[in-house]
Design a protein around this ligand. Structure first.
Ligand code: SF4
Length: 462
């Protein structure tokens, strides 16, 4: 069974995208003049879908945020044990909506085809057919969604107007967990009027995907060609009927509320293998990354570089005890070397820096913290330690142009940290038991690869 379902709960939309394959004019004309079920019936459909065993539900439209009872549907789905998502054009994602739904809605997928106003106007991705969302508007939108703690996805439809564009800058800013890249899909009865002007060839679609291949470092790119899409989505229409698009048009089942989901779904052709091949199964139920991650490590383990890259990868801030110490030195009108000498002479100075820095860490969220003593002072954090063999460390330092570093000087520097922390707090910071994750970085070629190792080990949970 395909474990996820898209409920197109609402036919009305405030945009006029010309490739839209969910216009449901046929549904409106034939059985549902208002374009949606009454509230109680829509809630009932969601209950049926939860009882049927779907693990994830995506609320789509039309534009689902126009539906006054969307929150009721989301809550019903969550109570039914499903992971919840909406796909939205973003026009109604204000703070009030985001605040109201944050305990029951897991994912928000925003449709972004272009940052260019002319392109969006030509596509019809405009409010009431007139006003496109500006580039700044899209940036603000994704910032707002993430600030409220939602998992973010971006959906892009590649079409004849945008296939040559570069969305890399936006994706670098948005850092969605997933970026679904779709090909404008002709569906008879839904988008016949304009789709011929917007379809792209496989080669054009592939060119768009390849142009953005480097974004794989930032997000999980999920390209879905038309061949992959057809027949691989379980969908429910605004009238509460399953439908598929395997034959290039919508085919509808009998209404779920009349015959039950088990009978209704048997009338459809869904391709579970295709669903899996297009990456339909992923870690949707897991929640956000840990909000604080500390990076500790031995000299030359690359902890600062890895910390900065990890911050970039997750879209987090980066702070370091090194910078905090430099700021403390500057505040006292001292250079860093004199300040460190003064700290050695008076360990209370070090302790003050630890105390102040710990306070900064513990009042900051979504942050990577470069701090050897993070495991000791940073609360509710995931602690990583980077370990490196002496030979590798000396070799790294030599390659970095620090030829004066030898086994001897390296050992001295590592010993000095050990002594400092033993003296101040009686702890051995290299003890693996302090950390959630210890990585031997000797044979990992690049800091980026270390980052990926960390990301793959991170637990998820709000
Ligand atoms: S915003 Fe979505 S539902 Fe509305 S017209 Fe565009 S593609 Fe269709």
């Amino acid at each position: 069974m395909i474990p996820s379902v898209n409920f197109h709960l609402w036919q009305p939309c405030n945009m006029r995208c010309k490739f839209c394959y969910a216009t449901f004019q046929d549904v409106k004309k034939s059985i549902l003049p208002k374009g949606h079920l009454p509230k109680e019936q829509a809630i009932d459909v969601v209950r049926h879908l939860a009882a049927h065993g779907f693990e994830k539900i995506t609320f789509a439209g039309g534009e689902p945020t126009l539906c006054p009872w969307l929150t009721d549907l989301i809550r019903t789905a969550k109570r039914g044990g499903m992971t919840t998502m909406i796909v939205t054009n973003g026009t109604r994602l204000d703070d009030a909506f985001l605040e109201t739904n944050k305990d029951h809605l897991d994912w928000i997928a925003i449709s972004v085809d272009s940052l260019d106003a002319d392109t969006n106007t030509a596509i019809g991705r405009t409010v009431s057919g007139r006003t496109p969302i500006t580039a700044t508007g899209y940036h603000t939108l994704v910032d707002r969604v993430k600030a409220h703690g939602y998992r973010l996805k971006v959906n892009t439809v590649v079409n004849r107007r945008n296939w040559k564009e570069d969305l890399g800058g936006f994706i670098r800013h948005a850092r969605p967990e997933r970026w679904k890249v779709l090909q404008a899909l002709p569906i008879i009865g839904q988008n016949d009027a304009h789709i011929d002007d917007l379809v792209v060839s496989e080669a054009q679609f592939e060119a768009f995907v390849q142009r953005h291949a480097s974004m794989a470092y930032i997000t999980r790119i999920v390209p879905e060609s038309n061949a992959q899409v057809r027949g691989s989505y379980v969908m429910v229409d605004p009238a509460g009927r399953f439908f598929d698009n395997a034959e290039g048009t919508h085919r509808y089942s009998l209404p779920i509320l009349e015959v039950g989901s088990a009978i209704a779904i048997q009338q459809m052709h869904y391709d579970a293998e295709k669903f899996e091949q297009r990456g339909g199964v992923y870690d949707w139920a897991d929640s956000a990354w840990p909000s604080r991650i500390t990076i500790s490590g031995e000299v030359a383990s690359g902890k600062s570089t890895v910390g900065k890259l990890l911050a970039e990868r997750l879209g987090y801030d980066f702070i370091s005890i090194g910078n905090a110490t430099r700021e403390a030195a500057a505040a006292q009108g001292m250079d860093i070397v004199s300040f460190q000498r003064a700290c050695l002479a008076d360990p209370r100075m070090d302790k003050r820096i630890d105390r102040d820095f710990a306070e900064q860490c513990n009042t900051t969220d979504r942050v990577i913290i470069d701090y050897r003593l993070g495991f000791r002072f940073v609360e509710r954090a995931y602690h990583v330690f980077l370990r490196i063999a002496e030979d590798s460390a000396v070799e790294r330092l030599r390659k970095a142009g620090r030829a004066h570093e030898t086994h001897h000087t390296l050992q001295e520097r590592n010993d000095s940290f050990q002594q400092q922390f033993q003296q101040a707090y009686g702890i051995d910071y290299t003890e693996p038991g302090h950390y959630d994750l210890v990585i031997d970085v000797d044979h990992i070629n690049t800091p980026g690869a270390v980052v990926e190792r960390i990301v793959s080990a991170l637990p998820r949970g709000r």
